[in-house]
Design a protein around this ligand. Structure first.
Ligand code: M6R
Length: 611
């Protein structure tokens, strides 16, 4: 939520800031702004996207080699020019950009109002910048001390970059709960919410930890915590290439990422499955495997698409390893006072590794003594740093707000975990093991085959794009796929869609079915096939329009459904990985036909770092 960039060095800051903000727009895109320090702090900001900000700046003088920029996803206050960041303090000593939420802002605001502070915006950020100024002026102290003292009074989450008029050669940064990366250059430093704005300038980065405060001049970086302990910055090498964050000729990141799945799945199991011996190893779980193997139960937590992947994981682990699994929305889990045992294994799934609810749920599970593992995509993000072990998905940067390749990579990791546990617990025999490993190895090629149906899927989409509602049905491994298909459709095309276990249809949703209701049934040849065929008959008997995802060569459903999309055969346990691909493409084409912005759907942001 909200993207932050900063620069201090010898170059002109504005082009670096604008380019960086464009890369971070996936984090929020309802308003944008920059502040530049060039013998005085100048702010440019407006409602809209970074391109609107660029137009707004136009030919005005915006030079300076110290600056910061922000692209906003509104939490406090509607998106407008005034609520856009940066925010300045009343007397103009501090200017600040913020990602996160100051939870005790109301109490702090009222104290400041009693002391004569007036507020122009509705944001929690303006409260923070004024609190820093108030403490600074009252205590007659340095800006750095004022920042640390103010932050010690703040509850909530923040990633901050701050400028102070009294220290024009310095940029301050702080983090608690919202990510911040510093790029280390030659007499220059870059700041950003993630590494994508930094990668073309330097591969040396420092990931700030919670409660870190950085005081940066162009040739010096001092790192402390808010208690004033001096810290040694840990410089890491960035494993990211510029080519990975471009659209590479695709119209949208979402489409590019759908098409990347043969490679991203391969990257997920690369080096983990020995293609000669078929042996499976997951280095990040090595030490913990014996504990997981004997676990009384596993709890999987996540949000949105990651939660759907978790559901596939539940079915996989229970079937293959026979360990009881519960899947929970992280946001519910953290607040519902769940029963946790010290021998519980909690698996947190998150593409970004920054989702606030998932992070909070992890902290709670750790406090209860459980062992917590992570399945994350973004290397160096907060969740992998909080967990006892885990597996990176290695899907490469996912920029489209609608998650696609992250889902298949997460399910691939969960499949490997389930197989590995099943092998160790002797609940997966040699035949099943070989069939699953060979099935995984064959997936990239099979996904390529599904992608070749893109034109058919586009044509089918033209019959659905005017729908106002859609039902998605699936059973077994395909029920979470129905949920994921429905989520993809709602979030990028704004068509109301619901996913259901196919058999549940007759307990309510069937009442919705008429000749206008599209029903998308994932009906590949698996153990529930005959039952799903009956469900399709029930829909057709009520004049519903059926689009079925079927196994190649299926003739039974072809004669029943209005439209079919064929996918290759695969072991049932891997069926989610293949059947989700046509649903991703279907939502993409429908959204395009409806004129929606698929990469930046309304009201959404890629990484939900606030509650
Ligand atoms: O980064 P995470 O995987 O933790 O994100 C979780 C959800 O916010 C995310 O999956 C969201 O539901 C996507 N927009 C779905 O496409």
């Amino acid at each position: 939520m909200c993207g932050i960039v900063g620069y201090i060095g010898n170059r002109e800051a504005l082009p670096i800031l604008l380019k960086g903000l464009k890369r971070l727009e996936y984090r929020g895109y309802d308003s944008a702004g920059v502040a530049l320090n060039n013998g005085g702090i100048k702010i440019f900001k407006c409602q809209g996207k970074v391109a609107d900000l660029e137009n707004h700046i136009g030919t005005q003088n915006a030079s300076g080699s110290i600056g910061m920029g922000h692209t906003r996803w509104a939490t406090h206050g509607v998106p407008n020019d005034i609520n856009a960041h940066p925010h300045s303090s009343q007397k103009g000593h501090f200017t600040l950009i913020h990602n996160g939420i100051i939870e005790n802002y109301a109490e702090l605001k009222s104290k400041l109002q009693h002391r004569g502070y007036e507020f122009k915006s509705d944001t929690d950020t303006e409260v923070l910048v004024n609190l820093i100024e108030y403490i600074y002026l009252k205590g007659n102290i340095t800006p750095e001390i004022a920042i640390r003292l103010a932050l010690s009074k703040v509850e909530g989450a923040y990633g901050l970059v701050i400028l102070c008029d009294k220290e024009p050669e310095t940029i301050f940064a702080a983090r608690k709960g919202s990510p911040l990366v510093i790029g280390v250059g030659d007499n220059e430093y870059f700041l950003a919410s993630d590494a994508t704005p930094i990668v073309e300038y330097t591969k040396s980065v420092i990931y700030l930890n919670d409660n870190d405060v950085a005081v940066i001049k162009k040739n010096e970086l001092k790192l402390k915590n808010i208690k004033n302990d001096i810290l040694t910055p840990k410089i890491q090498k960035l494993d990211l290439e510029l080519g990975q964050i471009d659209k590479n000729g695709f119209d949208h990141f979402m489409l590019k990422e759908i098409y990347e799945q043969p490679k991203s799945i391969l990257d997920t199991y690369r080096g983990r499955i020995n293609t000669n011996s078929n042996e499976l190893t997951l280095g990040g779980l090595y030490d913990i495997l014996p504990k997981i193997e004997h676990a009384r139960r596993i709890i999987i937590i996540g949000c949105g698409t990651s939660w759907h992947a978790g559901m596939v994981g539940e079915y996989l682990i229970e079937e293959l390893a026979r360990i009881p699994v519960e899947v929970e929305y992280a946001s519910e889990f953290r607040y519902r006072n769940p029963i946790l045992y010290k021998d519980d294994i909690v698996i947190a799934i998150s593409q970004s590794g920054e989702t606030a609810d998932t992070l909070a749920a992890i902290k709670m599970a750790k406090e209860a003594g459980a062992t917590v593992l992570g399945i994350c995509n973004v290397v160096g993000s907060s969740i992998p740093r909080e967990t006892d072990g885990g597996v990176y998905t290695h899907a490469g940067p996912e920029i489209g707000v609608a998650s696609t390749k992250a889902f298949t990579a997460q399910v691939t990791v969960l499949t490997m975990i389930a197989i590995l546990l099943g092998r160790r617990r002797k609940t997966v025999d040699d035949n099943l093991y070989s069939s699953l490993i060979n099935g995984l190895l064959a997936l990239p090629e099979k996904i390529e085959e599904v992608l070749k149906s893109n034109d058919i899927i586009k044509e089918v989409s033209s019959h659905f794009y005017e729908a106002t509602n859609c039902l998605y049905l699936g059973r077994g491994y395909l029920f979470p796929v129905a949920l994921e298909g429905a989520l993809k459709l709602k979030e990028i095309s704004y068509i109301h869609a619901e996913g259901y276990p196919a058999a549940e249809m007759k307990h309510g949703p069937i009442a919705l079915i008429d000749e206008k209701m599209p029903v998308i049934v994932i009906a590949t040849k698996d153990s529930s096939y005959d039952k799903v065929v009956s469900n399709i008959q029930e829909v057709k008997a009520r004049k519903g329009i059926v689009l079925a995802i079927v196994t190649k060569g299926d003739t039974v459903i072809k004669n029943m459904a209005d439209y079919v999309i064929e996918i290759p055969e695969t072991p049932e346990q891997l069926s989610a990985l293949l059947s989700v691909i046509p649903l991703q493409l279907l939502s993409y084409h429908i959204a395009i036909m409806r004129g929606c912005n698929v990469d930046q759907p309304r009201n959404l942001a890629k990484s939900v770092t606030v509650e």
